[in-house]
Design a protein around this ligand. Structure first.
Ligand code: UT7
Length: 330
């Protein structure tokens, strides 16, 4: 059994141009800029047009990505797309991307783990490369949540946005400092009904009734999710640090899932990380589910905050419930 070291070769992001501000939302539902800012930290989010799907936004991030890495498109031999808003239920968005990229037959699949999707996808891609099954994995977190949002529900419609993040994982060379040190994933299906989309699957296929009742949109019991997220994201951070003999002091950057600024602050406090070491972009993009982490990662690499050799902790919580963390030296 091989046990190659695996690293992030690069990471990039893409968002649609159209901005939806808190002021815009004030005109749509009974809400206020003040409520949204103080309760969530969000100021604006991006929203796609009706012709754009998950694979389109992902493709833009991938095009950018290949300009920043010395790996060729033709050398990708695994595609994993983490999403709960794919182009279609099937075929997978990963297969659609494989076609768009003109790649020969390689394993390609989607993964549904809610907002923890990118952490799950990195975990799986790492294992594929470690054991020698793959050399260069394209790992994507993409969501067009505004397409499954109930725009009459102020409890949810102010929270979500669209975006894509793409990364390439590859074998680290001997002696190289960059490496994914460890990954941790977990789930508890007991709480599935606190955050879900009622219709559109085999439980409740599309009918005129489901469409009339707006059942093809996301439902969330925000307050219960909030409490669970604070605990699970803190636990995921502590678990991965402890089992690697580290503390918050060893971390250069925390990249948390961007669902709520108060959840992010609580997670940083739990591992005693000062706010200047936390990557936050929730004010610009809102909650883009599985895309928040690769998007925030990409922005921080692009603007030079995260540099090669930095110790980075990724940490997420989402529908399922799912939660998990990744510890890496970039
Ligand atoms: O990404 C995956 C997981 N998702 C999350 O982690 C999200 C976790 N949850 C949250 O971020 C927060 O729970 C929310 C931001 C969704 C809500 O914040 P909250 O502090 O938990 O508020 P709440 O749900 O307890 O509601 C407080 C009040 C309610 O009014 P009453 O009953 O006190 O009169 C709501 O009706 O705020 C009201 N409210 C709003 N008011 C203005 C809810 N949404 C809005 C709104 N504008 N958009």
């Amino acid at each position: 059994m091989n046990n190659y070291k695996v690293k992030f070769a690069g990471v990039s992001m893409s968002v649609p141009d159209k901005v939806l501000t808190n002021a815009d939302l004030e005109k749509m539902v009974d809400t206020s800029d003040e409520w949204i800012r103080t309760r969530t930290g969000m100021v604006e989010r991006r929203i796609t047009d009706e012709n754009t799907a998950a694979s389109d936004l992902s493709y833009k991030a991938i095009e950018k990505l290949f300009k920043t890495v010395d790996i060729k498109q033709k050398d990708i031999d695994l595609i994993i797309v983490a999403t709960i808003s794919p182009d279609h239920l099937f075929p997978s968005t990963a297969c659609i991307l494989q076609k768009k990229l003109g790649l020969p037959p390689v394993p390609a699949f989607d993964l549904s783990a809610g907002c923890t999707g990118f952490i799950y996808a990195v975990t799986i891609a790492k294992r594929f490369i470690e054991c020698g099954m793959s050399k260069n994995a394209l790992v994507i977190g993409v969501e067009l949540l505004t397409k499954i949002t109930d725009w009459t529900d102020r409890n949810t419609c102010v929270l979500f946005g669209d975006g894509a993040g793409a990364a390439i994982l590859t074998k680290a060379k001997k002696g190289e400092i960059s490496e994914i040190v460890d990954t941790y994933i977990n789930a508890d299906g007991k709480y599935g009904d606190l955050l879900y989309m009622p219709a559109g699957g085999s439980r409740m296929p599309a009918t005129t009734y489901t469409v009339k009742k707006n059942l093809h949109t996301l439902r969330m019991e925000g307050n219960k999710i909030f409490k669970a997220a604070v605990k699970a994201m803190g636990d995921a951070a502590v678990t991965i640090l402890q089992r690697n003999g580290l503390t918050g002091e060893d971390i250069d950057w925390l990249i948390p899932h961007q669902a709520n600024l108060r959840i992010i602050d609580a997670t940083a406090r739990r591992i005693k990380l000062p706010p200047q070491k936390v990557i936050i972009n929730i004010e610009k993009y809102g909650n883009t589910s599985s895309a928040t982490i690769p998007m925030a990662f990409a922005e921080a690499v692009e603007d030079g905050r995260i540099r090669r050799g930095d110790m980075v902790l990724l940490d997420a919580f989402g529908a399922g419930f799912t939660w998990g963390s990744v510890l890496l030296r970039y």
